[in-house]
Design a protein around this ligand. Structure first.
Ligand code: BG6
Length: 498
């Protein structure tokens, strides 16, 4: 399918029996296999505490793939071919012997394949286990070859700036930065990757892409789902840590970054770090004025009664954790001076949609009589990431007829109408990149720290000042009123797709 080829790989999944493996990693590996991206020589080794034979483990993965893969139920012939290379090893991640065993397995593959394979350690486990796994990999001398050995780490990457720094320090004592793949799965989404293509492969946007033409930017990632079964993790995190620190700030970086000199991992990531460093810092008063939080109450969603956040399993009944957050950011540089970036995210919201809206300034002078403008709206560029995958530019146009009447219309690039192929899942892209050794879509250590540094004042203020009015928005709403007020004070309102 392309001249890019993956090399022989041993792919070891810690947390092989966990939820992430079932829902994302296994289907992604299988679809990479179907699309011809896996190398001829590969081995997938799942590991966990429960005892399984290779066959039992592979049977479980088949069930997961049948349920979660975008390609639907697995074809028996293809599955038989793919699953020949699936193995399982029962392990105790605290026990050094486990790691020696991995070393032996890699060596066996190397002998059998007559090569030195790449080895990817995928840590699909709770972050408490990152240090022990990383240290044991090092102790067992499994990380010696920086060109071949890679480690993949899932979020949360730290709980705050300090813990993120500690984790970076630990990892960089064992691995080179070029071996560490920190996942932010939003970066793997097709429509998110397309933002850079749209900005930097077209000449018509760049002249407009600045404070002279753009009035404000909105980034909204709303979900209808509640916290589900993840109360134990989420109650210690909240929307700011769970979504804004990573996904939303990364989207903001895609919009605000300067053009990199090339599409090289470090060039791209340097420009993103520049954005985070240029973002205006918050003092305690700024937090009050520029950041709002919410927590969902019970309510009805699609005809079903749903519990409030405090009634969810494994959540403190008096929890002060926010399930909604909205922040007004500024990027203090030449391009963006005084252009507000409004971001919001929340659970149990009226709509599941991730949308970036760029609102341009008004025309300097309207030559048409005001009555001519039946619907008048400043130009907007709407980048819809999911579930709709599109880019629409809203412009004014004359309505056909004998009189001069103006309407706002959409010029649309819609994935569905343009392409017939199904786009890959974020995890397919990201896992393939770990095999290819391409870090462009992964978070570098300094990027993670810069994002934490920016939001720490908000987190600390919220931690010391409990919110007295939680829960403050009902399920199936657009979040608390204070979020409307945050943007309305500046004369704008949140944009929603119809
Ligand atoms: C995860 C968060 O990183 O992203 C979840 O931990 C959230 O709370 C999820 O639901 C959203 O991802 P997506 O791809 O469904 O938009």
């Amino acid at each position: 399918n392309s001249s890019i080829k993956t090399e022989p790989t041993v792919f070891i999944i810690f947390g092989g029996t966990g939820d992430l493996t079932s829902r994302k990693i296994a289907p992604a590996l299988y679809n990479l296999f179907l699309d011809g991206w896996l190398p001829a020589q590969y081995s997938i080794i799942g590991t966990g505490r429960t005892k399984f034979t290779d066959e039992q483990f592979s049977e479980n993965l088949l069930k997961d793939i049948n349920q979660f893969s975008r390609s639907g139920k697995a074809d028996p012939k293809k599955w038989a071919e793919f699953s020949k290379n699936i193995h399982y090893q029962v392990s105790d991640i605290n026990d050094f012997e486990t790691y020696k065993e991995f070393g032996k397995r890699v060596e066996e593959h190397n002998t059998e394949w007559k090569t030195q394979a790449n080895v990817i350690y995928y840590l699909a486990v709770s972050p408490n286990f990152f240090p022990i796994i990383a240290s044991n990999i090092s102790k067992a001398k499994l990380a010696e070859d920086p060109d071949r050995v890679r480690i993949v780490i899932e979020k949360p990457f730290g709980h705050d700036l300090e813990t993120a720094k500690e984790l970076n320090k630990l990892l960089s004592g064992i691995f080179n930065e070029c071996q560490i793949y920190r996942i932010d799965h939003y970066l793997g989404k097709e429509t998110v990757q397309n933002i850079m293509a749209f900005r930097f492969a077209n000449s018509i946007m760049e002249p407009l892409w600045n404070r002279n033409y753009i009035e404000h930017v909105q980034i909204s990632v709303t979900e209808q789902l509640g916290v589900e079964e993840r109360g134990d993790y989420y109650d210690g995190a909240g929307a700011m840590r769970d979504m804004i620190q990573n996904h939303l700030l990364q989207l903001l970086c895609h919009i605000a970054m300067e053009p990199p000199v090339s599409f090289n991992a470090d060039e791209v990531r340097n420009r993103k770090v520049d954005v985070l460093k240029a973002m205006r810092r918050f003092g305690p008063d700024d937090v009050r004025m520029s950041a709002v939080r919410g927590q969902y109450a019970s309510g009805w969603m699609q005809g079903k009664e749903v519990p409030g956040y405090r009634e969810e399993p494994k959540v403190d009944p008096e929890s002060n954790t926010e399930t909604f957050a909205a922040v007004k950011f500024f990027v203090d540089n030449w391009r963006w001076q005084n252009v507000p970036f409004y971001v919001r995210t929340g659970k149990r919201m009226h709509q599941s949609a991730s949308v970036i809206t760029i609102q341009f300034k008004d025309v300097p002078h309207l030559i048409f009589p005001t009555e001519a403008a039946e619907s008048w709206q400043q130009n907007r560029l709407i980048i819809s990431i999911q579930p709709e995958m599109s880019i629409r530019l809203q412009v004014q146009a004359k309505r056909p007829g004998l009189d001069m009447v103006l309407n706002t219309v959409d010029m649309v690039f819609d994935y569905k109408g343009t392409y017939t192929t199904q786009p890959p899942e974020a995890y397919e892209t990201l896992i393939l990149d770990t095999m290819l050794g391409d870090q462009t879509l992964f978070m570098r250590g300094d990027q993670v720290e810069a994002a934490w540094e920016l939001i720490m004042p908000i987190l600390s203020t919220w931690q010391t000042k409990k919110s007295l009015n939680f829960p403050n928005y009902s399920a199936d709403s657009w979040g608390p009123e204070s979020a409307e007020a945050l943007i309305a004070r500046d004369g704008f309102n949140w944009f929603t797709l119809p």
